[in-house]
Design a protein around this ligand. Structure first.
Ligand SMILES: Cc1cc2nc3c(=O)[nH]c(=O)nc-3n(C[C@H](O)[C@H](O)[C@H](O)COP(=O)(O)OP(=O)(O)OC[C@H]3O[C@@H](n4cnc5c(N)ncnc54)[C@H](O)[C@@H]3O)c2cc1C
Length: 289
């Protein structure tokens, strides 16, 4: 059986998983860290099939249970890295380890917000980056900082540590939410501003102190659509993944569905996207040798 990976267990990812599983030809794994925006919806009245309002949580639980009944495997974990192997397979690294798949659906919801720190927008491309594996090369032997406090931030810091002179994790006033390996410094003060001239020079903190740095990598929360797109070369604009009518991206074998593809950010559209993407993935997988 061919192996499909779905990143995201919201309506788009779960809808796709149903079609893939029912094709009978695909082993389906959903990797999800369980923060669907639907969980915040207390009362849904505009989705087909409910005489009374339904909560987003209930819809999600039912959706997941239905997929599991069809054999879809859920891993409650976080995608950290997605790469393409020389054999044109997709290697996904999660907190559980690495696994290779024949096709991937990105269904991670809306793009992650960047922290509201003065200077981030101004220095994007001039010292502010969103992808360690893409840009570590430019910071060889330099001092870099990573803004974030979770497992994804640590993953980005570890990637940078292999080539940079020093890596400092800036938690921006939060407690670190992951084990910090040796060799990564931590500053937990609130950040006030990123400063520089033609490029980033330092991060300023609320107490007036500063940390000089050559680069700042943003890794808040988990890897969102923008980060995953950068890691794989998938075309995206402002975190919105660009797809064709079959929900295919510019990279053969990678599809996207739901809020991360923009447009109407509603359950009905996410579910439809997921179905279309799954049908395209089935065709793609069947054509593989
Ligand atoms: C308060 C609120 C109320 C709403 N009310 C309505 C409504 O009444 N009607 C309606 O139609 N729509 C409503 N919506 C919108 C609806 O929730 C979304 O359009 C829909 O959930 C989008 O589905 P999705 O699958 O694209 O993304 P999401 O539901 O956001 O799911 C994305 C999934 O990706 C996972 N994920 C992200 N990054 C990673 C990673 N790195 N590793 C692993 N997993 C990851 C998340 O954990 C999540 O499970 C509401 C939204 C909100 C916030």
């Amino acid at each position: 059986m061919k192996k499909a990976l779905i990143i995201g267990g919201g309506p788009a990812g779960i809808s796709a998983s149903l079609y893939l599983a029912r094709s009978g030809a695909v082993h389906v794994t959903v990797v999800t860290n369980g923060k669907s925006s639907l969980e915040k919806a207390e009362r849904i009245e505009n989705y087909f099939g409910f005489a009374q309002p339904v909560s987003g949580k209930e819809l999600l639980e039912n959706g997941r249970a239905g997929a599991q009944r069809l054999g879809v495997v859920f891993h409650d974990t976080e995608l950290l890295e997605l790469g393409i192997t020389p054999e044109l397979k997709f290697e996904a690294e999660t907190t559980l380890g690495k696994e290779t798949y024949d096709a991937v659906l990105i269904a991670v919801g809306t793009a992650r917000r960047r922290p509201s720190v003065k200077g981030i927008g101004e220095f994007e491309g001039r010292g502010v980056s969103y992808c360690a594996v893409c840009d570590a090369f430019f910071y060889r032997g330099k001092n870099v900082a990573v803004i974030g406090q979770g497992r994804y931030a640590v993953h980005e810091a570890e990637t940078l540590r292999q080539t940079s002179a020093s890596v400092t994790l800036l938690t921006n006033g939060s407690e670190p939410d992951a084990e910090i390996p040796d060799g990564i410094d931590i500053i937990d003060k609130k950040i006030s501003e990123i400063v520089g001239d033609s490029k980033v020079r330092a991060v300023m903190f609320g107490d007036g102190s500063k940390k000089e740095t050559d680069g700042v990598f943003i890794a808040m929360g988990s890897a969102g659509s923008g980060e995953i797109a950068r890691k794989t070369g998938v075309s995206a604009e402002n975190g919105v993944i660009i797809t064709d009518k079959d929900m295919a991206t510019n990279i053969p074998g990678i599809y996207a569905a739901g809020d991360c593809t923009g447009g109407l950010m509603q359950i009905s559209k996410a579910v439809a996207d997921g179905a279309i993407a799954a049908m395209s993935m089935i065709r793609f997988l069947k054509a593989l040798p």
